[in-house]
Ligand binder design. Structure first.
Ligand SMILES: C[S@@+](CC[C@H](N)C(=O)[O-])C[C@H]1O[C@@H](n2cnc3c(N)ncnc32)[C@H](O)[C@@H]1O
Ligand code: SF4
Ligand code: SF4
Length: 330
C-alpha cells in the first residue's frame, strides 16, 4: 500500500522570521516562503495547504527529506479526500520578524542580522510589519482561535513598536497561551495587563548571577534593571522562568551558577533553565564538538542546587541528548 505522511509541526506552525515565513520551527531547512506581506497572505496559505496535501499524498517536499518530525499516516485512507477538504488551522505562531535588541549578547544567534547594533527606542521591524498579516490571517480563518499558542522571540520585544498591538489582537481573539522570551532589561507593562487573561509564560535570559558577568555576556550594564523587573514580574500570575546559557570561558563555572541559583531563590523564582551555547555546535568545521567533561559537573550541580531551593531545574530534551551523546550533532 502507498505510504502517506504527516508532520505535526507543519499542521500547526506559522513561523514569521525576518526574511521568510517558515512552516515549522526548523528555520534552517524547513519549507518556507519569501518575504511576506498582507497581499501575499493567500500565497502563504496556498503553499501551506499544498505542503500538507503533498505529504498526505505520499510525496515528501525536498526541505522535509530525512526530517525526524515526518511520520507515516496510520490511517490507510487519505485524510484530505478532495481539494475542498478542510485543512488543519495553525495553532502556533512564532513572532521573530524583527532582530533589533537593547543589548548584544556575545552568544546571540540573531546577531548576524542585527549586526550587534544596540537599539534603545522602539522601532519598526527592519523587514516587514506583521500586524496586518495577522489581521488578514484571522480574516481568512486560518488561525485556530481556541488553541492558539504565540511565541514572541526576536530580537527583543521591548524595542518592537508592534509588540503591544500584536499582543492585543491575539488577546482579542482568545489566544490560549502567550510565551515571551526577553532579556528583562526594560519592564513590559503589557505582561501585567494580560496576566490572568490568558496563560502567560515569560522566559528571561539573564545568563549570570552578578553585574560583572551580566555585562560581559549582554555587553550592557543593566543587571540591576533586570533584577528590579524580575521583582515586579514575580508578583504576577504568570509562569516566570529564568534562563542561563553556558558560554565557554565566561560563565561556565560553579561560582557563577551558584550566584544565579541563589538569586532566583532570593527573588522567589521557581523555574529555571540551563542551556548549552548553540554557537559551539555551529562553528565546528571538522569533526564533532566534544562536550567538555566539566559541563557534566555543572549540570549535576545545577540540578542538586536547584532541588535544595525547590526550584524546577529544566534541561531541554535536545540538550539532554547532546549530553548523553557527549558531543554536538554534526
Ligand atoms: C534570540 S532570543 C530572542 C528573545 C530575547 N531577546 C531573549 O534573549 O530571550 C530567543 C532565544 O534564543 C536563545 N539563544 C540565543 N542565542 C543562543 C545560543 N547561542 N545558544 C542557545 N540559545 C540561544 C535566547 O536565550 C532566547 O531564549
Ligand atoms: S517534516 Fe520537518 S522540515 Fe518538514 S515541515 Fe515538518 S518539521 Fe519542518
Ligand atoms: S537579548 Fe535576545 S535577541 Fe538580544 S542579543 Fe541577547 S539573545 Fe539576542
Amino acid at each position: 500500500m502507498k505510504k502517506r505522511y504527516y508532520c505535526k509541526r507543519l499542521n500547526e506552525t506559522l513561523n514569521f522570521d525576518a526574511l521568510k515565513v517558515f512552516y515549522c520551527c526548523a528555520t534552517r531547512t524547513g519549507p518556507s516562503i519569501d518575504i511576506p506581506s498582507p497581499k501575499r497572505v493567500k500565497d502563504i496559505i496556498k503553499k501551506r495547504n499544498s505542503l500538507i496535501r503533498m505529504l498526505d499524498e505520499g510525496k515528501i517536499p525536498a526541505e522535509c527529506k530525512d526530517c525526524f518530525d515526518l511520520h507515516e499516516q496510520e490511517n490507510p485512507k487519505p485524510l484530505l479526500i478532495s481539494r475542498f477538504s478542510k485543512l488543519p488551522k495553525a495553532n502556533l505562531i512564532i513572532v521573530k520578524h524583527f532582530k533589533q535588541c537593547d543589548c548584544a549578547c556575545i552568544y546571540c544567534c540573531e546577531q548576524y542580522l542585527s549586526k550587534r547594533k544596540i537599539v534603545l527606542k522602539s522601532k519598526k521591524s527592519d523587514y516587514y510589519d506583521l500586524l496586518p498579516i495577522i489581521e488578514e490571517l484571522y480574516r481568512q480563518d486560518i488561525i485556530d482561535k481556541k488553541e492558539l499558542d504565540v511565541h514572541f522571540q526576536g530580537g527583543n520585544v521591548s524595542v518592537l513598536d508592534e509588540f503591544e498591538p500584536l499582543v492585543d489582537i491575539f488577546i482579542k481573539n482568545g489566544v490560549k497561551r502567550v510565551e515571551i522570551a526577553t532579556n528583562g532589561i526594560k519592564y513590559l507593562p503589557k505582561i501585567a495587563q494580560i496576566a490572568g487573561k490568558t496563560f502567560v509564560d515569560v522566559n528571561i535570559s539573564i545568563d549570570s548571577g552578578c553585574r560583572e558577568t551580566f555585562k560581559k555576556i549582554k555587553t550592557v550594564d543593566k543587571f540591576d534593571d533586570v533584577i528590579e523587573n524580575l521583582k515586579k514580574y514575580v508578583k504576577l500570575p504568570i509562569l516566570l522562568r529564568l534562563k542561563y546559557i553556558l558560554v565557554r570561558g565566561v560563565n561556565d563555572n560553579i561560582e557563577e551558577l551558584t550566584k544565579y541559583i541563589e538569586l532566583m531563590h532570593e527573588i522567589g523564582i521557581k523555574n529555571s533553565e540551563l542551556m548549552i551555547d548553540q554557537c559551539d555546535s555551529e562553528f565546528v568545521s571538522e569533526g564533532e564538538f566534544k562536550i567538555p567533561d566539566y559541563y557534566y559537573d555543572l549540570f549535576k550541580f545545577y540540578k542538586e542546587k536547584c532541588a535544595q531551593y525547590n526550584i524546577e531545574a529544566n534541561i531541554w530534551e535536545y540538550v539532554k541528548e547532546i549530553l548523553d551523546k557527549g558531543s554536538f550533532f554534526k
